[in-house]
Design a protein. Structure first.
Length: 569
């Protein structure tokens, strides 16, 4: 393997963060502090993860919030088992396909609900997800009021807005104002001004919302003042969400899906999340190595054209299936998870791979730009919580219930409007959801708690950072720093269908590699600057062991494409 070259020419660098007791990694430093505070008070990884999620709602509302959804995986160090929580919401009971087609303006043949239309707002699942994560996986040493206190303090007293978040906020200012009922948005300073980098932002209404959740539990959000405010603004904007839709919402405790890759077992949440895409791609890559259709990836130069071609094609094959089949797996709807993960099926899919050229008769999924937060926490007992919380696209719908201080997400735009499609909009249904936490186990012990946020980039990021560690032995920070690729569908040229996926590559991948990818038939575009956030922002915590002192050591990295860091104790 060739010697590694410097990655991205940033004016600063990050080292791996080590600790022996506990670790938090997230996209906002102040949110990391909130998690560490809870750990030091006796909370476990799940308690601290909820504290981080709430603090991120305050410090990065451009990506996440209590008006959105969440998913998590929890590794129990005592039982050595991984459990999952699906905290995504369902469509309103009265939101039918006919209603959307007749009442949503400017569809013009579009296959999905526009992201800023109020009917893209499914029931927010995050609030119940936070309560249930503490109830199901928490230490029981702390009450929810204590866990939410750091976020409440940040919202009431204010905090300086970070650099990348400020850039995202500025870009959403007009949408926030346009979504308001009076030309002023609660998410802007004085209703009109997006906070700049380092400028103080206070969010008293959000603090009030957190207090009601802390005092009353799920009823504080899904019944009473907040629920009524949600329903009022939704109906005002032409939606059909009801108080019954909110009061009947529940999280779902799920059994994670998993595959073995080399000597590692990788766990993801099952559909309606897209973690299955990452598992399918990894299984296809493993099949290619086992049947000797390609060299072992460890023998390939990292981010060479040979190496990236394997990743690109495996992801294309996986997305071609999952964008068609992934939806709410409730028995009333549709579930082909077992079939898609079968080794026999994926071996057949792997046979479509050609090492000399891109496959020309499949399309990738339907990637879109989106904003999410991923973070991970491990505690002194060895428990881990891998957690994702999201508005879906930026501030979601940008619609803010009166006096509540959060925006309603737009996850419902993940539904298709094609009758008969498995992921077609139906009442009380969960749509295809992009947010996916992950955990990796090696030799029956926790090895990695990791994730990469960012819509359809997420499974692509999972595959790339995991292969960086397994095959190239990169540490967590280096695995995240490495330039990535992102596949997207080609735009149609008139009536001609796209034949191959567009491949976006990050600066840092050499011109020679780009030229070789083009020779293989890939359409390639180089991405620079702030647009590199489209390649996701990940966090990784690795469990290591010091044999001399017979003590575990946590090693963590935080993505340089985000504002955050890792902090250890």
């Amino acid at each position: 393997m060739a010697e590694s070259k410097p990655f991205i020419p940033f004016p600063s660098r990050r080292s791996v963060v080590f600790g022996t007791h506990a670790m938090v990694a997230s996209s906002q430093p102040l949110a990391c502090n909130a998690g560490l505070e809870i750990l030091k008070k006796g909370g476990n990884a799940a308690d601290a993860a909820v504290a981080v999620s709430a603090a991120l709602n305050v410090t990065e509302p451009t990506s996440t919030g209590i008006g959105g959804d969440c998913f998590c995986l929890f590794y129990d160090a005592n039982t050595k088992k991984v459990s999952g929580l699906n905290g995504s919401g369902r469509s309103p009971a009265k939101l039918t396909l006919d209603y959307v087609l007749k009442n949503v303006p400017n569809l013009d043949g579009k296959k999905q609900i526009p992201k800023l239309n109020i009917n893209a707002a499914t029931v927010p699942g995050a609030a119940a997800g936070w309560v249930d994560a503490v109830d199901w996986f928490g230490s029981r040493n702390l009450k929810l009021e204590e866990i939410l206190k750091p976020a409440i303090d940040l919202a009431e007293n204010g905090y300086p807005v970070s650099e990348i978040c400020a850039s995202m906020w500025k870009g959403a200012k007009d949408d926030l104002i346009n979504a308001s009922t009076n030309g002023k948005s609660d998410m802007l300073i004085d209703g009109r001004h997006a906070p700049g980098c380092g400028e103080i932002m206070r969010m008293p209404n959000l603090a009030r919302t957190f207090r009601e959740l802390a005092e009353k539990g799920r009823d504080g959000f899904y019944k009473g003042r907040i629920a009524e405010a949600i329903v009022d603004i939704v109906k005002c904007k032409g939606g059909v969400m009801s108080l019954d839709d909110l009061s009947s919402h529940t999280s779902t405790r799920v059994d994670p899906i998993s595959i073995d890759y080399k000597d590692v077992t990788i766990f993801e949440c099952p559909p309606n999340g897209q973690g299955i895409t990452a598992l399918m791609a990894l299984s296809i890559i493993q099949s290619l190595q086992e049947c000797r259709k390609i060299r072992d990836l460890s023998e390939m130069e990292h981010n060479s054209a040979e190496y990236l071609h394997v990743i690109i094609e495996s992801l294309r094959l996986a997305f071609a299936d999952t964008t068609l089949h992934v939806t709410d797996p409730d028995p009333d709807f549709y579930d082909v998870t077992e079939k898609l993960l079968s080794k026999e099926y994926l071996s057949k899919r792997a046979q479509l791979f050609d090492p000399t050229k891109a496959i020309t008769h499949i399309e990738s999924g339907i990637p879109v730009s989106s904003d999410t937060v991923y973070f991970t926490v491990v505690d002194d007992k060895g428990n881990a919580c891998s957690f994702v919380n999201s508005n879906y696209n930026g501030f979601g719908t940008c619609v803010i219930p009166e006096g509540c201080g959060f925006t309603l997400h737009n996850r419902g735009s993940g539904f298709f409007l094609d009758k008969g499609h498995p992921n077609c909009l139906e009442p009380c249904k969960r749509p295809y959801n992009t947010i996916i936490p992950a955990i990796a186990i090696r030799r029956d012990e926790l090895w990695l708690s990791f994730g990469v946020m960012g819509a359809f980039m997420q499974p692509q990021g999972h595959v790339q950072v995991l292969l960086n560690i397994i095959h190239h032995h990169y540490d967590p920070q280096t695995a995240l720093d490495a330039p990535r690729i992102r596949i997207e569908p080609l735009k149609k040229d008139g009536d001609k269908p796209p034949l191959i996926s567009q491949v976006k590559v990050e600066e840092g991948i050499s011109d020679d590699v780009i030229a070789e990818l083009k020779k293989l038939g890939h359409s390639v575009e180089v991405v620079k600057g702030f647009d590199r956030s489209d390649f996701g922002r990940g966090q990784i915590i690795e469990r290591k062991f010091d044999p001399k002192f017979k003590q575990k050591v946590w090693a963590a990295g935080s993505d340089l494409r985000g504002d955050g860091h890792a902090v250890g104790w």
